[in-house]
Design a protein around this ligand. Structure first.
Ligand code: UD1
Length: 420
């Protein structure tokens, strides 16, 4: 079993670089299957979810060459013929549901077992299914296996999402690219990776406009071809390092970021008293003496992202005063709070609300990474705490952070992974 050991209290300083976005690349790989040709995806992060999505693409018959040292995936989707994802593979990454939209779009049928991934309570895919059905597909769910088929072709339609779901927006976009006629997705999600996926699809011959506006228009095309695309920087990884720098940084520059994607966080950190300076493609963050408590609610983009909620709450554990946090996206995303309490945090969480009372300092302890972003939060907690913190269940962290220990060590963190 691997464990991460962190000796807390060492200030961070220097440059830390952000990799390609996890949530984007896990959609770009299935998107590549819409083409009858070769696509090249650049700036691919070396994370476990990429391997899972690559394995599924190969299972479906695509030929994938992962040039890890060049952060590049070359996907030849021409030989792909199969339309069924195995249960074992689908269970390893939540994003496996994107193969539903891609396979339905290209072959008119798709069989995908219900996905795995982080457990934040119920993670229904009813909005994805409603979208496919509106486009004319027949969708059945039997023992957690989703089967979507269309007799002839999909037809463009108006689809309204009750909630701006990231997954449903991308999945419907994937299927609608090959539908006959025009589709509108209303109340669509606006996260940066929605735009990234739309840009890739357009480079492949799709006709999509309005990504990031809340209404996405897709004019169906008969054929799509391979394309070259570079993944945008990971907004959540960038935010994780910004929060770490705010908590224990002397002077840290987070490089390879799109500052506009980080405004929700920049604003909150400044409110807490942290010094934040935006550059062209970097953000410089310096910790302050006595960070102030703040309130925040997670909402879809451009609001404060749920995927940075655990990291921000971790920082708030030492902010002076009382902070109130509302989780507005998931119904069970405070499981990690019990771990922070082991380090001495004073947090009361109930349902989708948490109240944090700042304490003077955290003290190292043994904690679990209960999910991907909670794992990142434990790392930040370990950097902040006095003494030694040991983190277990690292497989969650490895799903989505490329070389996180190496990157943090390079700016002064005392962090190592040990095998036991
Ligand atoms: C994506 C992200 C995840 C992030 C989440 C919210 C990926 C691979 N994962 O997940 O890291 O936490 O966005 O920013 O990009 N919902 C329904 N029905 C549906 C779909 C969603 O009710 O059919 C609800 C969910 O239960 C949840 C909310 O909508 O309460 C948001 O879900 P969604 O945006 O779809 O999240 P994911 O795409 O799964």
């Amino acid at each position: 079993m691997q464990k991460m050991v962190i000796e807390g209290g060492y200030p961070l300083s220097g440059n830390i670089s952000v990799s390609g976005a996890k949530n984007s690349v896990v959609a770009l790989i299935p998107a590549a299957l819409l083409a009858n040709g070769v696509s090249v995806i650049e700036n691919v992060p070396d994370i476990r979810d990429v391997y899972v999505m690559k394995d599924i693409a190969e299972e479906l018959g695509a030929v994938v060459d992962y040039k890890k040292n060049e952060n590049m995936l070359i996907i030849n989707a021409a030989p792909a013929r199969k339309t069924k994802v195995s249960e074992e593979k689908a269970g390893r990454a939540r994003a496996s549901y994107y193969f539903l939209g891609a396979l339905l779009g290209r072959f008119g049928k798709a069989t995908v077992p219900m996905p795995g991934g982080c457990n934040f309570g119920g993670r229904p895919i009813d909005l994805h299914i409603k979208g496919f059905e509106t486009l004319g597909a027949t969708v059945t769910e039997d023992e957690d296996v989703v089967v979507a088929t269309t007799k002839d072709t999909l037809f463009g339609q108006e689809i309204y999402l009750d909630f701006p779901s990231v997954g449903a927006t991308i999945n419907i976009m994937l299927a609608a690219c090959r539908a006959e006629g025009r589709t509108f997705i209303r109340n669509a999600a606006c996260e940066p990776h929605i735009v990234d996926v739309a840009n890739f699809l357009n480079a492949m011959g799709a006709r999509i406009t309005g990504a990031a506006t809340g209404t996405i228009r897709i004019d169906g095309v008969d054929e799509m071809h391979g394309a070259v695309h570079s993944v945008i920087p990971d907004q959540i990884e960038a935010g994780t390092y910004m929060i770490a720098a705010a908590a224990v940084g002397k002077d840290v520059t987070v490089c390879n970021v799109i500052p506009r994607h980080m405004e929700f966080l920049t604003d909150k950190l400044i409110q807490m008293g942290v010094k934040v300076e935006e550059g062209g493609d970097s953000i410089r963050v310096s910790a302050c003496e006595n960070p102030k408590a703040i309130n925040f609610t997670t909402t879809p983009y451009p609001g404060f992202p749920t995927d940075l909620q655990p990291q921000m709450v971790t920082f708030l554990t030492v902010a002076k005063g009382e902070s109130k946090v509302r989780e507005g996206v998931w119904n069970n995303r405070f499981q990690y709070v019990d771990e922070l309490k082991l380090l001495g945090a004073d947090i009361f969480a109930e349902g989708q609300n948490a109240t944090v009372h700042g304490v003077p300092f955290l003290t190292g302890a043994q904690v679990r990474a209960t999910d991907l972003r909670a794992g990142a939060a434990m790392i930040i907690a370990g950097l902040m705490a006095k003494g030694k913190t040991v983190i277990t269940e690292l497989e969650h962290i490895d799903r989505g952070y490329e070389g996180i220990e190496e990157k943090l060590r390079a700016i002064g963190a005392h962090i190592q992974r040990i095998e036991e």
